[in-house]
Structures are given as C-alpha cells and as structure tokens.
Design a protein around this ligand. Structure first.
Ligand code: ATP
Length: 356
C-alpha cells in the first residue's frame, strides 16, 4: 500500500496560479476526496499526482520515494477519466487485458489478473460483451477493473460518476467504496459534489482558489468547519453575523440579528473566545426543530414568519423570516400546510462559532 505525500506543491499556467503551497498526506489504503468548486484546482492536483503534468514547485512522494520527476508509468499511478475511454471494438475482457499486455505481463498472469478484477467489480458474467452492450454503470465498472488490473500504487478518479443518472450514481458510490476498500487501494477521488464526498470518503481535502482550505473526515468538516465558507460549501447552513457578548456555563453567548444565541464552545474548534469580537454563527437547517407548543421564549428558540415552503420528498424545507434574517429549516418527516408563524429551536451543541 502506498502513502502519498505532497510537499509545498504549486502549479502555474503562465501567470495564472492553479495551485499554491499544497501540503497534504494521504494515508496508505485511504479513500481520499478532493472537493471544491469549479476551477479550484482539483483536476490539476490529480494530474500532478498521476504524473501527467509537472508541478511548478514542490515535491510529490509515494512512501519514501520522490516521484516528482517520474512519468506516470514509472510511478504506477493510474487515472480513470469521466469518459471511461474504453476501446469500442474490444470486449470487456480485451479492454481490461490491454494495459497488462502493454506492460509486458505473460499470458497466464494476464488471465489471472483479469479474472480477479472482473470478480472484484462483479462483471465476470459480461466479460465477452463490447462496451456498447453495457449500461453506463457497467462501463464504469470495466474502466475501474482496467485501472485496477495493473495493481496501481495509487488509483486516481476524476469525477467518475458524472455521466451516470442520479440513481445509478448513488449505487456506484457505495460500489466504488466497496471495491477500493476490498482491494486496499490508495484512492484519490475528485468531485465537486459534496454529497458524494460526504457519503463515500474516509477524508476530504477542500480546495478553494488553488489552496487547500481544510482537511478532515466528513464529520469533522460538517460539524467543525474552520470558516464560514467551508460551513456553507459542505452542505447548506444558516450563517448569522454576530458578536460574542459573554460566557455562560458551557459556552459563549453571541448577539445576532435573531437574538442572543448560546453556543457550546470548545477551544479546539476555535470557539469560546471572550470579548466583543465579530464572529459568524453557523446552524444547520436540519438541526433546527419546530416547536409545536405555545411557549415561544427559551434558549436558542426563535419565532418568525414562514415565507417559503418546499416539499423535498423525505423532508420539507421552510424559510422563516426572523427580524429580517432568513433561516432555512429542514423538517423530517415533511410538514405540509405550514403557514404564518413558526417557532424553531436548536441545541447549543449544534451551533458553530467561526471567526468572521
Ligand atoms: P472543474 O471542477 O471545473 O473541472 P477543477 O477544480 O478541476 O475544475 P482545474 O481543471 O484543476 O480545476 O483548473 C484550475 C485552474 O487552472 C483553472 O483556473 C483553469 O482554468 C486553470 N487551468 C487548468 N489547466 C490549464 C491549462 N492547461 N492551461 C491554462 N490554465 C489551466
């Protein structure tokens, strides 16, 4: 298994800076996601790790080996593209075998490896079909099998599910995880889809404008974002500007447009600092509860007017206006016929205080 380490990696295209000062360590056997908005540098970083492009600065290590100057084949990193790039005139078996022939493996070893990876991706029954006789999901499995057959030190996936419909995408998410974990491949997966990253990744690296902003498990990024941009990018959130106005037993009191909010602060998460400093408070829409009784007052309890309701299937989303601020509230199971006033509350543990 291979550990991948990037040391102060940068990439410029002429005067344009695509990546700047990226330091990152990806553990052996880890399923690591690079996530970020369009143009943030995800694919460039993947291409640098693959050896398809050279960094303008910095070094790339596979375990203790400096691979910065090595070509793709020498470093044995394999990239799977969005388009699958399967040979249309070859069968599934022929496609998977192709790279092994090029690399000079004997016939017996080729057959053994092809059988092994087709079993892994559950395509052994369709080995004699051609790509145009396969569904999108099956083609994706063949592309994965072809990449895995050469036993890469590092598997690189660039938006591998973007050509599939929503249902198949969801199915393939867990399939990719199963395949990578069963084979213990170090995998780096590029996407701009937060849900895909949150549901599949061991850890996620979040890129913005060529810089690595935060690295962590899905839970760490979701519940402990370091900035309001991260909080908003990783699932939607309610962001409220405020000022720390004091402490209470277990946390801080923050004055915001919807009133004083109590946040359970921990020093680790950068919370709990004293003084009237400007902060941003983040509360997730799904962490707000609708209060059905008549009691409107209470800690972290606010009352407002519902200005918009959307049925989402398994949940409903409501926009509640409180003192001119708009809060998004998600109710599971969905609420229908919500009109007029709504009282919502949230726990101090679910409030994240970020420096502005
Ligand atoms: P997307 O999600 O849209 O694919 P991305 O995060 O993968 O985006 P990159 O393709 O890595 O982004 O591009 C990062 C930046 O580098 C962009 O501003 C892009 O225009 C620029 N860039 C990428 N490749 C080249 C190139 N060959 N020449 C010049 N600029 C480039």
């Amino acid at each position: 298994m291979t550990r991948v380490r990037l040391e102060n990696v940068s990439k410029r295209f002429g005067k344009a800076v695509a990546l700047e000062g990226v330091d990152l360590e990806i553990c052996a056997g880890e399923l690591f996601f690079l996530l970020g908005p369009s143009g943030c540098g995800k694919s460039t970083l993947l291409r640098l790790i693959a050896g398809l492009q050279e960094p303008s600065g910095g070094r790339i290590w596979f375990n203790e080996e400096d691979v910065t100057g090595l070509a793709t084949q020498q470093r044995n990193a394999v990239m799977c593209f969005q388009s699958y790039a399967l040979w249309p005139h070859m069968t599934v078996r022929g496609n998977v075998k192709f790279g092994l022939g090029v690399r000079g493996f004997g016939r017996e070893e080729q057959s053994r490896r092809v059988d092994e990876v087709l079993r892994l991706v559950q395509m052994e029954g369709l080995a004699e079909r051609r790509p145009n006789q396969l569904s999108g999901g099956q083609q994706q499995r063949v592309a994965l099998a072809r990449a895995l057959a050469v036993r890469p030190r590092c598997l690189l996936l660039d938006e591998p599910l973007s050509n599939l419909d929503a249902k198949l995408r969801q199915e393939m998410r867990s399939e990719i995880r199963r395949i990578c974990k069963t084979g213990q491949f170090t995998t780096i997966y590029v996407t701009h889809d937060q849900k895909e990253a949150l549901s599949v990744a061991d850890r996620i690296g979040l890129l913005r404008d060529g810089k690595l902003i935060q690295v962590g498990t899905p839970g760490e990024l979701y519940h402990g974002p370091k900035t309001s941009w991260v909080a908003d990018f990783i699932g939607h959130t309610n962001l409220l500007k405020g000022r720390v106005v004091g402490r209470c037993g277990e946390g801080v009191r923050v004055e915001t447009g919807i009133g004083v909010i109590v946040a359970k602060g921990t020093v680790d998460r950068g919370q709990g600092s004293a003084g009237a400093e400007a902060v941003v408070v983040s509360v997730r829409p799904e962490q707000m509860r609708v209060v059905r009784g008549t009691e409107k007052a209470g800690r972290n309890r606010v009352s407002g007017r519902v200005v918009e309701s959307t049925f989402l299937g398994e949940a409903s989303e409501h926009v509640v206006e409180v003192n001119g601020e708009r809060l998004r509230v998600i109710c599971t199971p969905p609420m229908f016929g919500v009109d007029g006033e709504m009282v919502v509350e949230f726990d101090a543990e679910d409030v994240v205080v970020l420096s502005e």
